[in-house]
Design a protein around this ligand. Structure first.
Ligand code: SF4
Length: 238
């Protein structure tokens, strides 16, 4: 099968445990207002790649992965190409190489998606907003699929790191974050809730792609505020 890959990032600054090889897949069903990778939205923007070719490319880094490392499939939305990615994952598993899935959860919970999630070393799941209205307003899609993915991860006991982007004047308060935590409290699969500060480093991509940037007048989040809110979240999730 052929999949579409946007870009790669080797062994540094890639999310997940250990040394990792990042594969950013093309295509995303969401349109998050704060997305800093709008260049990954269209699947056609990616490079057509056979599953075997991608698995071979990742395998070259096998000596560096050690016990906990492996590939991290990110995007875009990696689960949008779940069937193709299952093929890649199967080839990697034959080589003893694990993978992490970095997802918004904004896809139907198909058999291929379940296979990928259950075979992953761990999952990084973005919780974009705490309620349906905000999801629709800022991502263009509802939150039901993400919550279904979270429930599935709980059901199978998969280690899951939740990530929340904190945006000035939208959700940069304890009260706002509490609404997110209502979905997470008591979930045994959630190993960590990580806050990411909104930043403006992707703004130039909106300009060059001619896409409207809905947050063009929003400043980057103050790192000190992010640290304070992270401490609050950590305390709440104890
Ligand atoms: S899910 Fe990720 S890639 Fe897709 S629009 Fe949102 S931030 Fe961008």
């Amino acid at each position: 099968m052929t999949g579409y890959v946007h870009s790669f990032e080797s062994l540094a600054a890639v999310d997940g445990d250990g040394l990792r090889y990042g594969v950013f897949l093309a295509g995303c069903p969401l349109r998050c207002a704060y997305c800093h990778n709008p260049d990954t939205w269209e699947m056609g923007a990616g490079q057509a790649t056979e599953a075997e070719a991608l698995a071979r490319k990742i395998s070259r880094y096998r000596p560096y992965f050690g016990e906990n490392g492996g590939a991290t499939f990110s995007g875009g939305e990696p689960l949008l190409q779940a069937e193709w990615l299952c093929e890649v994952a199967e080839l990697l598993q034959k080589e003893g190489i694990g993978y992490v899935i970095d997802t918004s959860g904004g896809v139907p919970l198909t058999d291929a998606v379940k296979t990928l999630l259950s075979g992953a070393q761990s999952v990084l799941l973005d919780l974009k907003f705490p309620d349906e209205e905000s999801y629709l307003r800022y991502t263009g899609r509802g939150m039901a699929q993400t919550l279904a993915v979270l429930d599935y991860l709980e059901e199978i006991g998969k280690t899951t790191r939740i990530r929340i982007v904190v945006i000035p004047e939208i959700n940069d308060s304890e009260e706002a974050l509490n609404a997110y935590l209502a979905h997470l409290r008591g979930k045994q699969c959630v190993s960590e809730v990580e806050l990411l500060g909104f930043h403006t480093m992707g703004f130039h991509k909106y300009e060059s792609l001619g896409i409207e940037n809905k947050l063009s007048s929003t400043p980057a989040l103050d790192p000190a505020l992010k640290d304070r809110l992270q401490a609050f979240v950590n305390e709440q999730m104890k």
